[in-house]
Design a protein around this ligand. Structure first.
Ligand code: NDP
Length: 345
């Protein structure tokens, strides 16, 4: 149980939340924003900012993505040229290649008081990127996939983000950050003030626990039931392939986690709360703490960096091993039996 004193011992202060009324687009007048990378986040954020009246250019490698940005009517340049032309840069390329691209193409083209904005705190928090001290450095980390960033802007509903100022060289970093947050549409529902450290730790922990732990828990439960003689089809339908879980997740967004439980049968409510609690044993809390320690100490980030620098041996072997598991075969067979296409990435 978390006590009130644990809540008041928080490492990070209670978040200020900023809305449209707190931000002013006038700070972006006469500024050129370069969107570096026109992928998931890049395209959506570029379109949103332009629709908000901001001057936006795109920096990308010259290929099909470049053509897509051109077709969307943007001025497109190499990353180095875009960095030279811009006052503000959104670095929206994959985190693992960001340090090299930043060092080679962006850093030599920066000018005093430029603003560098990230969508993830990762490289800055772990010092994988060297930032000159005479720059503004900010964070707008949407809690939303790129497609949602655009769709919700167009619908006028917005999406939440964590925002932070890491360096304020110009003395205007906060106003600029809020204006940019408004421009991409996040202050419509709330931009939550955070830090590069908090965003990084919570994001990694969320991916590894809410995502990773859950996946392996599903697979271990599948193994257990198959060994006990139950049919893979019945198990996979119950666990996630029917889509019931998605509906519960949507209901949790509307009603809260415990609120959505009332939509389940009373037997389910009883089982959730008596048996589900066993999953939060001291043993599993110990495993969660180990995961958090790896993130906070930088062990996870260093391990992942080493793998990248040596040709991804661990990354490749875990993918290979996991795709060979009998679980994948059972899953594919069930898709076929239901006449559904299993989309491959
Ligand atoms: P993407 O994988 O979609 O980025 C693709 C872009 O990066 C493309 O323009 C691609 O160019 C370019 N790129 C890839 N490799 C290189 C390279 N070697 N040199 C130069 N450019 C390259 O990234 P995301 O949008 O997913 O992520 C961007 C940032 O946003 C990251 O910091 C991420 O953590 C953060 N973020 C992402 C979220 C998401 O939902 N995806 C959510 C919140 C934050 P090309 O196509 O021409 O190869």
């Amino acid at each position: 149980m978390i006590t009130n004193s644990a809540l008041s011992r928080r490492k990070f202060k209670v978040a200020n939340v900023y809305y449209d009324k707190d931000a002013d687009l006038k700070y972006l007048q006469n500024k050129t924003v370069a969107i570096i990378g026109y992928g998931n986040q890049g395209r959506s954020q570029a379109l949103n900012l332009r629709d908000s009246g901001v001057k936006v250019i795109v920096g990308n490698v010259e290929n099909d993505t470049w053509k897509r940005a051109k077709a969307d009517d943007f001025e497109v340049y190499t990353i180095a040229e875009a960095a030279k032309k811009a006052d503000i840069m959104f670095i929206l390329i994959p985190d693992e290649i960001m340090p090299q691209v930043f060092e080679a193409e962006i850093l030599p083209n920066l000018e005093k008081n430029n603003l560098i904005n990230f969508a993830s705190g990762y490289n800055v928090h772990y010092d994988f990127i060297n930032l000159p001290s005479d720059m503004d450095v900010t964070l707008i980390a949407p809690r939303m996939i790129g497609k949602g960033v655009r769709d919700r802007f167009v619908e006028g509903t917005g999406f939440p983000s964590l925002i932070a100022v890491h360096q304020d060289a110009s003395g205007q970093a906060k106003q600029l950050l809020l204006a940019l947050a408004k421009g991409i549409g996040t202050t419509k529902v709330g931009a939550f003030e955070s830090s590069f450290e908090e965003e990084t730790v919570v994001d990694l922990f969320g991916e590894q626990v809410m995502g990773g732990f859950k996946m392996f828990n599903i697979r271990a439960s599948f193994e257990l039931l198959v060994e006990a003689g139950y049919n893979p089809e019945a198990i996979l339908l119950e666990f996630y392939l029917s889509g019931e879980g998605v509906e519960s997740q949507k209901a949790a967004m509307e009603m809260g986690l415990w609120g959505q439980l009332k939509l389940h049968s009373t037997t389910s409510q009883y089982g959730h709360q008596t048996r589900g609690a066993k999953a939060a044993s001291e043993e599993s809390k110990k495993a969660l703490k180990e995961i958090l320690d790896d993130i906070e100490s930088g062990r996870f980030a260093r391990e992942w960096k080493t793998d990248q620098m040596t040709g991804y041996p661990v990354f490749k072997s875990i993918w290979k091993k996991n795709l060979q598991h009998s679980f994948i075969k059972a899953e594919t067979e069930l898709f076929e039996k239901m006449g559904r296409k299993k989309h491959e990435q």
